[in-house]
Design a protein around this ligand. Structure first.
Ligand SMILES: [Zn+2]
Length: 480
């Protein structure tokens, strides 16, 4: 009985060209399964990968994805309490969803759904869970993402593909300047991905520029994985201590958490500030805990490549209709091959577009643009529509602003108002005098200014229990 059940919901290969990560031979699986039914159902669940799919034309990628989508829908209907209910409520007959275009008939899912019904997304029994990760939730409580052994394998494969896309080689040595604990999925993903790539790694963790530089020179780390704003701290330290940034062992940086580029793929101010001082190759990445998959730039730096065997990408308008390439909308993803908590048409809240032309690296896979901003963080200011990253970019370009936090709140007449919290080495009056005309010309708005000492700013940017540096505070009264 169990073996039948397991087989029924296994993701079946769509073509003979499929690759299995674990390189299992079907005959062996069958033989083992006949003797150990339970073993079969526990070990050989939905993981099928196709590492060369990104290099195949888009219609081939779509064919593969359509087949994987069908398997996913069957899997969700059989195992996901959340999607079972959703399909029922919306009278969805999954047999009618045959192509990727048919996906528009399926309802979308949001982070609020995950927050309110976290464990209804779980498709396996708890004994199959091998790691619990978490991501901050929109309503304050964290969202748990539970991974099975297969999901951890998938995560490793995903990140291996990601590092390969970013010109990673087995002879590289990656210094990981990020946390590997606090339930942070990305940390463990990088760790596993680098191991799978066959490269060496050094877990230095976040912070401490002096220690980072010392380790780089001692172990000759030629690659780093880091948050771009921390790289600025590394640069500052290097300049103060006579380290020649044109001659360090580091040749490339995989940049996480912050955007490096603007819409036309040119480096934004943050990217420029890094690159002009420390001329190494910068690779931007885009990912989230929920999607368990990364979009990573290749050497061409023309957007994050989709990994087509792991994720379906849609860009949606406000009504949930798919948009075409070059049109900006909300990123929605559908995970492929996830066993614990798969997601169907999950709206990320990030505003992007995508490109479908073949990349100079040879891949045909879609490329995701830099993130314009978060949908929920869109600021309507005196007839102008703004996203926080555009404000960050301007503030990053002003040398006498050392640190900042952008706050938006609802004013007495019920519209959005901006307040900039600033730490400057200049006398406050002097700074304000210089800053006002700059903001007026570059931002075309006149926000309220609030000046803080370094320690006050530190408290604001790194509140207790926050894993990431806070750059934006939304104190608006919402209609939620
Ligand atoms: Zn490329």
């Amino acid at each position: 009985m169990q073996i039948d059940k397991a087989r029924q919901y296994v993701y079946k290969p769509a073509t003979a060209a499929h690759y299995s990560l674990q390189n299992f031979k079907p005959a062996i699986i069958k033989a083992v399964a006949q003797h150990e039914n339970l073993y079969f159902s526990q070990k050989f669940t939905p993981v099928q990968f196709h590492p060369t799919l990104a290099f195949e034309p888009l219609h081939k990628q779509s064919e593969w994805q359509q087949s994987a989508l069908q398997e996913l829908l069957k899997y969700l209907k059989a195992h996901s309490p959340f999607y079972q209910r959703l399909f029922k409520e919306h009278n969805i007959d999954i047999r009618n969803i045959k192509t990727l275009q048919d996906m528009k008939y399926l309802p979308t899912t949001t982070k609020s759904d995950m927050q309110e019904h976290n464990w209804d997304f779980l498709c396996v029994t708890t004994d199959k869970i091998k790691e619990y990760t978490a991501t901050s939730g929109t309503l304050g409580r964290p969202v748990s993402i539970a991974l099975t052994e297969n999901d951890l394998q998938r995560l490793a494969y995903n990140e291996q593909q990601s590092f390969l896309t970013a010109d990673g080689k087995p002879e590289d040595c990656y210094q990981l300047m990020l946390t590997l604990d606090r339930q942070f999925m990305a940390g463990i993903a990088y760790y596993q991905g680098i191991r799978k790539l066959g490269a060496a790694l050094v877990r230095t963790g976040p912070g401490l520029p002096a220690m980072q530089w010392d380790t780089i020179f001692r172990l000759q780390s030629n690659s780093i994985v880091a948050v771009p704003s921390f790289m600025l701290k590394m640069i500052e330290y290097a300049k103060e201590h006579g380290i020649d940034l044109h001659h360090t062992p580091v040749k490339k940086a995989i940049c996480i958490g912050e955007s490096l580029r603007q819409g036309d793929f040119e480096l934004n101010t943050l990217g420029q500030n890094i690159h002009k001082e420390w001329p190494i190759h910068l690779y931007s990445t885009y990912a989230s805990t929920e999607m368990q998959t990364a979009f990573t730039e290749c050497g061409a730096g023309m957007g994050g490549h989709q990994t087509p065997d792991l994720i379906i990408l849609e860009i949606l308008d406000d009504e949930g209709n798919p948009l075409h390439s070059n049109q900006y909308g909300e990123v929605a993803i559908t995970t492929l091959g996830v066993e614990g908590m798969p997601l169907l048409r999950y709206r990320t809240g990030d505003i992007c577009t995508f490109y479908e032309t073949q990349c100079s690296c040879g891949r045909y896979s879609r490329r995701l643009s830099p993130v314009l901003g978060r949908k929920q963080q869109m600021i309507k200011y005196k007839g102008t529509t703004l996203y926080p990253p555009a404000i960050f970019d301007i503030l990053n370009s002003i040398p006498f602003i050392k640190e900042y936090v952008v706050e938006v709140f609802t004013n007495s007449i019920g519209t959005d108002e901006l307040k900039l919290h600033i730490n400057t080495p200049l006398p406050v009056d002097d700074c304000e005098h210089k800053l006002r005309p700059l903001l007026q010309s570059k931002l075309r708005v006149a926000p309220l200014l609030h000046f803080h000492s370094g320690s006050e700013m530190q408290q604001m940017q790194f509140p207790a229990n926050s894993r990431k540096q806070v750059r934006f505070i939304d104190n608006r009264v919402t209609a939620l």
